[in-house]
Design a protein around this ligand. Structure first.
Ligand code: FAD
Length: 322
């Protein structure tokens, strides 16, 4: 079976969950090979996790260029590994960086590119992807017809499934192009520490909208989120009112999330909000207006005051944790 290259997204010495999801999806298409770039001393432990999740081979390249410059060094590396391995497809996480890497790689390989897939399976003539479009009213299935398919996949498209793999480690030396050092990183600042999962990667997202009423009242959203191990999201109305930071905004001009479970509380369901959460697997809405458009999209709905409903839900979730 042909190799399927998976670009590994990693941070703080660990593979991020979407990378493990890609390895699971890659098994449907061929033999998964992980591409681990710039992991330094943490490479062996990250590689061990990748092998536990099905990487038959781990291509490992380390150089200061990966950290000191923006995306091009990673594109150089992926291109050179792809030329060597002749893979049947390259899978990359659908983050802003991932999509830029994928686009540049597809151009260099003279290949077709599919972005923001929510599912990937083996098709008759190569990987068959599913994309969700126009507020989830359309499901688009596509296949690349030219070159090596380069596909970016949204987080939460699959559940990572551990499996034993050979996990041959292959060190690769990369010859960087002159363009690699074109944009350098001048500083890095750590993100504000939160015990909650990253919004775009979380399996569960609990969001609040204008119905929450104030910054202080977001405590009721946070309490439910923490009882479920969820990330907190917000509608633009809540963000514009200054109740929650813009980094938590879900929607057309905020983050796109695709969790297993999305709970929308005091959110009407405007099209611009839907644009950021419509591909969530299960949507639950709590709204005191039975006519709110969010109920058209929701799998489960509660017509009620969120200040009555959410504390009960939180208490029930806490009780079930035992
Ligand atoms: P509202 O529409 O005011 O809805 C509040 C809801 O809360 C109502 O349905 C009400 O019944 C309910 N409610 C009130 N009190 C309670 C209570 N106690 N218990 C239960 N329910 C209650 N919006 C986004 O969210 N994300 C975006 O990225 C985004 N981008 C935009 C880009 C553009 C170009 C434009 C024009 C708009 C954008 N918007 C975006 C704004 C969007 O159109 C809506 O205005 C916004 O989503 C409304 O937020 P909301 O649902 O919280 O507020």
């Amino acid at each position: 079976m042909s190799e399927i290259l998976v670009l590994v997204d990693h941070a703080d010495g660990a593979a991020r969950k979407p990378a493990l999801e890609l390895l699971t999806l890659a098994r449907r298409l061929g033999t998964p090979s992980a591409v681990l770039l710039g992991a330094g001393d943490t490479a062996p432990s990250i590689a061990a996790t990748l092998v536990e999740h099905g990487a038959e081979k781990v291509y490992c390249a380390d150089a200061s260029e990966f950290a000191d410059y923006l995306v091009v060094p990673k594109v150089d590396a992926l291109e050179q590994i792809a030329q060597r391995a002749s893979p049947a497809a390259v899978l990359v996480t659908s983050s802003a960086e991932g999509k830029e890497i994928a686009a540049r790689l597809a151009l260099r390989l003279d290949s077709g590119l599919i972005t923001d897939a929510v599912d990937v399976e083996a098709g008759e003539s190569g990987p068959l992807t599913t994309q969700s479009a126009f507020a989830a009213t359309y499901s688009v299935r596509s296949t690349v017809t030219r070159g090596t398919p380069v596909i970016t996949v949204k987080p939460n498209a699959a559940t990572p499934e551990p499996t034993a793999a050979a996990g041959t480690l292959e060190e690769v030396a990369i010859a960087f192009s002159p363009a690699a050092t074109g944009t350098s990183v001048v500083s890095r600042a750590p993100r504000q520490v939160s015990n909650r999962p990253d919004l775009t990667e979380a399996a569960v997202v609990v969001s609040g909208g204008r119905g929450v009423g104030s910054a202080e009242s977001f405590a009721v959203i946070e309490a439910l989120a923490d009882s479920l191990g969820a990330a907190v999201g917000a509608s633009r109305a809540a963000v514009d009112a200054g109740w929650y930071p813009h980094s938590s905004q879900v929607g057309q001009t905020g983050k796109t999330v695709s969790p297993q479970l999305y709970l929308a509380n005091g959110i009407s369901g405007a099209i611009q909000h839907r644009a950021g959460m419509q591909t969530s697997k299960t949507i639950v809405a709590v709204n005191k207006d039975a006519e709110a458009p969010i109920f058209d999209l929701a799998d489960f709905g509660v017509v009620g005051d969120l200040f009555d409903v959410l504390p009960q839900l939180t208490a029930e979730a806490e009780a079930r944790k035992g």
